[in-house]
Design a binder for this molecule. Sequence first.
Ligand code: ATP
Ligand code: MG
Length: 565
Amino acid sequence: MRYSEILIPTLKEVPAEAEVVSHQLMLRAGFIKKLTSGIYTYLPYGLAAIRRVETIVREEMNRAGAQELMMPMVQPADLWQESGRYEKYGPELLRFKDRHDRESCLGPTHEEVITDIARRHFHSYRDLPVNLYQIQTKFRDEIRPRFGLMRGREFIMKDAYSFDVSDEAAEVSYRKMYTAYNRIFERCGLEFRCVEADSGTIGGSFSHEYMVLAETGEDTIAVCNECSWAANLEKAKVTLPEDDAKPVQQELVKIETPGKRKVPAVCEFLKIEPEQLIKTLVYLADGEAVALLLRGDREAEEIKLKNYLGVNEIRLADDKEIFDATGVPSGYLGPVDIKIRLLADQEVVSMANSAVGANEKNFHLQNVNIPRDFEVSDIADFRQLTENDPCPECGESLRLVEGIEVGHIFKLGTAYSESMKAYFQDGDGNELPLVMGCYGIGVSRVVAAAIEQNHDDSGIIFPVPLAPYQLTVLNLGLSDPEVNEAAEKIYSDLTDAGLDVFLDDRDERPGVKFKDADLLGFPLRVTVGKRFKENAKVEVRTRRDGRTDEIAVQELVSYITAFIA
Ligand code: ATP
Ligand code: MG
């Protein structure tokens, strides 16, 4: 591809609307053009990157035995009414009427359409297993479209659906996708982790998310520095160290702590460390006040609390709500004789001689011990994991990183096949519901995540497998026939050798060409300049580490081939 012939409208300035690096760089490097909120045109260079992802996804899906099809984007509402999701899905589902007044919607996902296909075609156990997939534009009327392709309203997704005769068989299909997804993201050249996840609104028994690690993401994940363990922070299990022998229990004392309400102030006043204090937090769980005990230096993990209580909504109570529920001003609350339901983080149970609020204004208790001074029956893991906790899998150290969800695999079970009556006949003639799984990859989001993970101040650093072109040839001799001819020949020879080559043949200053090559992120840059006339060599520079070599023209193909292998 010649720069003079491709539409790449680069920008010098960072567009004000773009908050995250990938969005900024995609706009600056002419990947995308916004049409309206969350809806973009994929310009040629951006589309080429998307196609790279698609190719890898397609090859690995096919290798795993899935078949590609393409379903319509416009879907009749009655299918969604059958599954019960027409009401449930909420405003992300864009609904409209056609000219005959028929209710329709734009597909945010395709369980309904595929289940309709399955019930028409898979009648016998002999037809199964089947895995069908498509790579297609989805529409979700996201409440906050943002970050460019990261969270669009219109975006490209690979979605696959498996159909099996039993749970065990569905497990096999699920495992195949699990393996395929690992291969896909490895082949993309991305650093990623697979984490266990909540199943969200699609429902089903369990699921895994694939997260690309980056500096900015919408999720925080804990990853082990040694093994492959990783988890969403919200769900990451805390493992407690072996119990040390407990110290001798001291006598309970009540101490006046005038005006000391916050952990640091109380600790300073009592001359103790936050690890010796138990704080009492009050939450409103679906409106009901509950108290949570936590070691003084810990953060609560509200999702864990919410899941434990099985409620829809949870939030910290304000001072007035705390007083209304307990009769105690906030800051002096404690577990001894508390009036509301009490829960304790598992860690608290092994603490001894702790300080707590006395349930009386301006007073705290010291040397509180469980169960001598109070009892608690709701004990579980309610706190956030920290980088100081050990890996629950191997005991080694952890780090917290941001993650971008690029893929999600679900075991769906029979929810759709039962509601939509997709039955098959087993070997004994029994009618049974198809057992389903569904598997998504945010294809356009993968490109954003790749840039989020691979860039520097000068621009994108494409991982080789995702680069639209593996290298760019900079022709710095447009006005020098000998150099010009050499650059053209190098371009055509490399192209003939099967490489994806870009040629910067614009009549621009060298500085502009260097800058654009960095911005666009070609893994390799081959500069053909005046020195070529002296020694028939060209300069080859790797984008990622800036390594520069002088290479003789006849060795160029083998050098490049070795680099991209
Ligand atoms: P999220 O929590 O990010 O909203 P989701 O759980 O709604 O994701 P799925 O329904 O599992 O996502 O969709 C499969 C994949 O599609 C996701 O893993 C993600 O990579 C991608 N995806 C989902 N919503 C968007 C979006 N608005 N823009 C771009 N990609 C998206
Ligand atoms: Mg979503």
